[in-house]
Design a protein around this ligand. Structure first.
Ligand code: PDD
Length: 295
C-alpha cells in the first residue's frame, strides 16, 4: 500500500474527549462494551457534509442510556460538535457517523455494574465514508429478503451493541443469495436485522407499532411524518408474512439505507418484482426533506 493511500484510509476518530488516528486509539480489555455488550450506539447519516436527523439520534441515545442506568457523559452541544468535527477532519460528503458509549472499563470482569463515580463511560465515535450513499444502485433494483425467527432479547427498543443475532441473520440471507432478513415473532414481522419493515397494500403503508419488540427508528419517525404530510395513509399495526407476500410494495428504513424498496420476500415477488412507485416516491421525499433539515 502506498503512503498516500495509507494516509487516506487512516481516519481520525474520537475517544473520550480526544481525537486520534484510528490505529492509535486504544481501549481496555476490561471495557464492558467488549466483555458484555454493555454499550449503546447510534448511526447518523451524512449527506452533503451535513448530519441527517441528528436531534432524533441524540434523543434516542439519551433514552437508551436512561434505560440502562447510564449517565450521558457528553452533552448535546458537545456531541454535535464532535460529529461535525469528525465529518470535517475526515472530509465526509456522504457517509455515516458511528457513536458508541459503553459503561466503561472497571478494573476487573464483574456482572455487577461498576460504581459510576469510579468508572467513566467509554465514548467512541468514528466516520464511515460512503460516496454515493443517496444514489445507491440498490434503490433502483430493490432488495431480496428472507424471513427468519426473531431470536433476539426482549428489549430491542434499547439500541445496544448486542448485534450477533442480526449479524447471523444477514449471513443466513447472504448464504441463499438474498440481501437481508426480516424477523418474525408469533407469526408477525418485527423488523429487519438493522432496519424497520413496511408493506403497502391498496396505497396504505403498514408497519408494526412501537413497543419493546422493535427499535424506534429515527428514519421511521421521519418517513411516517412525511408520508402523512403527503396525504398517504399510514397504519401502525402488526402484519404477517402472508400479508407481506401479497403486498403491492414493501420497503425498509434506516439511517444507512434511508427508504429502500424490497422486491422479493422468501422467493415471492412483491408487486411486479420491481421497486414500487410509493416506495420510490417516499425515498425521494425523505432524501429531499431530510437534506433540508440537515445540520
Ligand atoms: N440500524 N431496527 C434495527 C434493529 C436497527 O438496527 C436499525 C438501525 C433500525 C433503524 O433505525 P434508524 O432509522 O434510527 O437508523 C431499526 C443501524 C443503521 C445500524 O445498526 O447500522
Amino acid at each position: 500500500m502506498g503512503l498516500i493511500e495509507e494516509h487516506r484510509m487512516t481516519r481520525t476518530v474520537y475517544l473520550n474527549g480526544e481525537y486520534f488516528l484510528e490505529n492509535e486509539a486504544k481501549i481496555s480489555i476490561f471495557d464492558r462494551g467488549f466483555l458484555m455488550a454493555d454499550a449503546v450506539y447510534e448511526v447518523t447519516s451524512v449527506l452533503d457534509g451535513k448530519l441527517i436527523d441528528f436531534k432524533g439520534h441524540a434523543d434516542r441515545l439519551n433514552r437508551s442510556l436512561d434505560e440502562l442506568d447510564m449517565k450521558n457523559p457528553i452533552p448535546y452541544e458537545e456531541l454535535l460538535t464532535v460529529h461535525r468535527e469528525l465529518v470535517r477532519l475526515n472530509d465526509i460528503d456522504e457517509g455515516l457517523v458511528y457513536l458508541q458509549i459503553s459503561r466503561g472499563a472497571p478494573s476487573d470482569r464483574d456482572f455487577v455494574y461498576p460504581n459510576p463515580d469510579e468508572t467513566d463511560p467509554t465514548v467512541v465515535l468514528f466516520t464511515q465514508n460512503k460516496p454515493g450513499l443517496a444514489n445507491s444502485p440498490s434503490a433502483k433494483k430493490g432488495l431480496k429478503i428472507i424471513s427468519i425467527d426473531d431470536e433476539r432479547w426482549g428489549r430491542r427498543d434499547i439500541k445496544t451493541v448486542q448485534l450477533l443475532y442480526p449479524s447471523m441473520g444477514k449471513m443466513m440471507a447472504k448464504k441463499v443469495g438474498a440481501d437481508d432478513a426480516w424477523m418474525v415473532q408469533d407469526g408477525y414481522v418485527t423488523e429487519g436485522t438493522s432496519n424497520n419493515a413496511y408493506i403497502i397494500k391498496n396505497n396504505k403503508i403498514v408497519t408494526r407499532g412501537l413497543s419493546n419488540d422493535i427499535l424506534h427508528g429515527i428514519t421511521r419517525a421521519a418517513v411516517l411524518r412525511f408520508a402523512k404530510e403527503a396525504q398517504m395513509q399510514v397504519e401502525e399495526r402488526n402484519f404477517t408474512l402472508d400479508e407481506a407476500y401479497e403486498a403491492d410494495e414493501a420497503f425498509i428504513t434506516s439511517a444507512s439505507t434511508f427508504v429502500m424498496p424490497v422486491v422479493e420476500i422468501d422467493g415471492n415477488k412483491i408487486g411486479h418484482g420491481l421497486p414500487g412507485s410509493n416506495s420510490s416516491r417516499l425515498r425521494e421525499i425523505y432524501l429531499e426533506e431530510s437534506k433540508k433539515l440537515a445540520i
